[in-house]
Design a protein around this ligand. Sequence first.
Ligand code: AMP
Length: 453
Amino acid sequence: MTAKKSVLVEKVEETKAVEEKALIKKIKTPQLLRGFRDILPEDQPYWDAVHQKGAELALAYGYDRIELPLVESAELFARSVGKQTDIVEKEMFLFPDASGTNIVLRPEATASCARAYIEHGMVDRPQPVKMYYQGPMFRYERPQAGRYRQFYQLGFESFGSADPVVDAEMIILGNILYNELGLPVVAHVNSLGTPESRTQYKVELVAHYRKHRNDICEDCKRRIVKNPLRVLDCKEEGCQNIKNNAPQLLDFLDEASKEHFMKVLEYLDEMNVSYVLTPHLVRGLDYYSHTVFEFYLADQEEGKRQSALGGGGRYDGLVELLGGRPTPACGFAPGVDRIMSAMKEKELSGLRYQPTVYLAPLGDAARKKAFPLFESLRQGGVLVTQTFGKSALKGQLEAADKAKVRYTLILGQKEVLDGTIIVRDMESGAQETVDIGKVLGILQKKMSSATLS
Ligand code: AMP
């Protein structure tokens, strides 16, 4: 009877387990949205290297940090970036908020910076006002390699100076940023001149495209009517030849614009910045004037689709467009995602925390002592690490090996009772037992002699 019952119980339990398994299967883990990604722990050395280098250069070159909101009014971008741009036409994450106001996840931050400049009366501060930011941007683009719907930029913006030295500073800064991260780059540069000098150019450009009306893509057909310069941004295979034979903006620049551009190039020559004149570079945004530029890897493989590592330019009209006093300005935005992937491709190491000491407690009593010891070491300037969640010595020694530390401190039951600790040299495997109260001093001494030798 009892045996029978237990078979029954077993059967019921088995069915229950099968049902539970089926239920687990039915629950689908929600996935990342298309075009979004996680920046994983293993990506952080690159992330940190880029952000730290950006912040370091911002400090040195006198750009003050500004934090801007991720959400702005739709109006800001329609007025600044331009209604006929791809960004505003089809790439904005635009929603009505609870009160019905149209809000946007920012597609870029130059417009936000200009808004802040006007809103906080920065025009009355000593000029130029130089600002630096870091953060995510959102564009509803077709996701592909190196193109995300949430991506990250650093940004350098300078308001209030029309001097070509500022345009040059942006390109020089960019060159230094990429080079110091281990990336050899070339800057593609062009001048858009002033809006006046572009008027005649646009007439000629439209005439050229009209001649090829039957061969150009649908987008370009629209562009030549609505916003002709945009045709130069076209990536369609069929339009490339027509684009390459189009009239060049540089030939239409007025004398002042030419002189401005020449001065920029002279600064670049002086700094040995590698650049190429790129007559059809116009960039995607409407508010640029004079210098525009984009950075590419210098040693990119032939035939491989290039994607810009960053770009920028002068935007003298933007502040006025947003209702401020006419204010010349210039900016540069490096793309963090693409820099990180170029660094990985080149097998650069990024920025890693390199501990020198690993603390391995064995057993509960040792773990209790381990926290205060760990803190006293850290506060004493020792670069120390741990995995207290591991209990066995083997696992902890493996972790210490992986962390590439110079020493592992082993604190077992016996050492706790004796008030000692074992210092293991990870290179030679030699171990010595020392007084736990003296271990900080011993490590500090070892470190300083290691630095001296
Ligand atoms: P832009 O604001 O369009 O001038 O972009 C400046 C830089 O940001 C580009 O050169 C890219 O490096 C980066 N970037 C722009 N759009 C994206 C995107 N959708 N995904 C990843 N990076 C981007």
